[in-house]
Design a protein around this ligand. Structure first.
Ligand code: ADP
Ligand code: MG
Length: 254
């Protein structure tokens, strides 16, 4: 039986999160909930602490104050072994997550699989690689190397590489950065397909308003270290708040 979406079951709960680097107080009391089956977009200008936030979620950085509970566990208290187990349930597609250039697409996908899942047969490995490539629409590239693919295709393979471990949570850091407008639309569509096919809950970090509108069930606007407003795209941008209006105008004029 297929699992139904449970909208109010939190998979990530962040409360009053603070993070500074020396005198730079980047996060100043961030509150955010990601519910099961939801796509939440974190919008904000460059340098506002979006990447810092997702690094805290996967415990690559530690908060100074506040709590960050992921799949029921406070990440800052986990030991290395517990962290490894938690990270297996989180797929992160970081800004510059590169593929191995000397490996084929098949080998790039096989690598995380055999490294993290014990005792798979050759047939199971092949089946999982083909299934995830099919899901991102790139089965035909299986024997190619990354340099033969377009930027958008490489991005898709990067996403496939995280999906192959069947994560419960996906974290996308600037998924459309540096891509042309048509490819951006394809990636937005893929993010939505991943949610449907893999039943993931996702945080999508971006300053791309089209990406936010297309993929976000909910948008959270980061300003000066706090979420200024959260809601649907329309709820967030139908406002007289000057900082939100200027963000909208600036980003859609570009
Ligand atoms: N490890 C670090 N050490 C010092 N400063 C950092 C570190 N990581 C991020 N910063 C600073 O924190 C601010 C927010 O960074 P970041 O989260 O990467 O912004 P963005 O919203 O563009 O993703 C920036 O000013 C950045 O220089
Ligand atoms: Mg960033």
């Amino acid at each position: 039986m297929e699992e139904s979406t449970q909208p109010d079951q939190p998979v990530i709960e962040i409360k009053d999160l603070h993070k500074s680097f020396g005198d730079l107080h980047v996060l100043r009391g961030v509150d955010l909930v990601l519910n099961k089956g939801e796509n939440v977009v974190v919008l904000g200008r460059s340098g506002t602490g979006k990447s810092v936030l997702i690094k805290i979620i996967v415990a690559l950085l530690k908060q100074d104050k506040g709590s960050c509970v992921v799949l029921g566990e406070e990440v800052s208290t986990l030991n290395e072994k517990e962290l490894r187990n938690l990270r297996l349930k989180i797929g992160f597609s970081f800004q510059n997550s590169a593929l191995y250039d000397s490996m084929t697409v098949r080998e790039n996908l096989e690598f995380p699989l055999v490294r993290n899942v014990a005792n798979l047969t050759r047939a199971e490995i092949n089946e999982q690689i083909e299934s995830v490539l099919d899901a991102v629409g790139l089965l035909q590239t299986i024997n190619q190397v990354p340099s033969e693919l377009s930027g958008g295709q490489r991005k898709r393979i990067g996403i496939a590489r995280t999906l192959i471990l069947k994560p419960e949570i996906m974290l996308y850091d600037e998924p459309t950065a540096g891509l042309d407008p048509i490819t951006c639309l394809e990636i937005n569509q893929l993010i939505n397909e991943v949610k449907e096919k893999y039943h993931t809950s996702s945080i999508i970090i971006t300053h791309d308003l089209t990406c936010a509108r297309e993929t976000g069930d909910r948008i959270a606007m980061l300003f000066d270290g706090q979420f200024l407003k959260q809601g649907t795209f329309e709820e967030v941008f139908d406002t007289d708040e000057e900082r939100i209006k200027s963000f909208y105008d600036y980003n859609f004029i570009q």
